[in-house]
Design a protein around this ligand. Sequence first.
Ligand code: TRP
Length: 334
Amino acid sequence: MEKKRILTGDRPTGPLHLGHYVGSVANRVNLQDKYDTFIIIADVQALTTNFDQPERLKQDVLNVAMDNIACGVDPAKATIFVQSMVPAIAELTIIYSNLVTVQQLFHNPTIKTEAAQYHFEESMPYGFLGYPVSQAADITFCRAHLVPVGEDQAPHIELTRKIVRKFNAIYAPVLIEPEQILNPRLIGLDGNAKMSKSLGNAIYLSDPPEEVQRKVNRAVTDPARIHPQDKGHPEVCVVFAYHKVFNSGEVKDIEERCRNGLIGCVPCKKRLTAVLNQFLEPIRARRAELEKNPDTVWDVLQNGTKRARTEGEKTMALVREAVKINYFPIPERP
Ligand code: TRP
């Protein structure tokens, strides 16, 4: 039997951080053997909030590709590709735009949160408001069954499902209705629910050891703890949250010692720094190798994009027939 297909990906707006790793990359590495995995580098989506800084895109596309590969995404198993170079995604976006209302888009909670971040409330670019429609095209152009993403992406997956149902009901049942695989989320250094570049509360996969140390030292701990002997409340401590994710072997012991005032925040942070740097070391090493050979990374993206284009053409043939816009044969597009 053919493997089920996964589609997931990232917006290239800078290098990836630990939040991306926990919230997405780790799971795609785990799933790449079992599923036919497509990883989109969503540069068109990045442009919706950075359209006036196009000069950053190329480096960020490369960064995201290198970070994924450095974390263990294997280009021999997963198809990594660039969104803007797959015409089917743009074409589907236009066709899907008739199946969505602007009211629906304005109600999307993730759009609301991001609009506030980018000060778009008063003057909302059409492309930004509509990026979830484009994301529905990202997911459906290759007929993906599963989308492993964090909970902030759930509204977009729900919209995708609605669009697919509407399309299949009106035209012909040719699209796959995808399901979300819910990934965990990592809190930010400042205690914000989400680690994110725009909030400035992230540890990057490419941060050098001293930078990791500096950031961990700044991380928010239990404010009620003044002296090392004070009894701590690990449930409100960012450092503890990271121990839970990255230091499962010691986390029980650390929790007990914190609750009983037997470990201070300084040694606890020191230990976390060591654990994180140990985790990041092989990723940094692989990334350094890739940085020396960017051409091999561009080759990976070119090959992945070719395969994505082929899959897109297959879906477009079905879609053109369903929407009855296949008036005459057209030359094949490579
Ligand atoms: N919106 C996602 C993010 O902000 C990135 C993304 C674009 C994506 N297209 C996608 C994720 C398709 C999953 C599937 O991180």
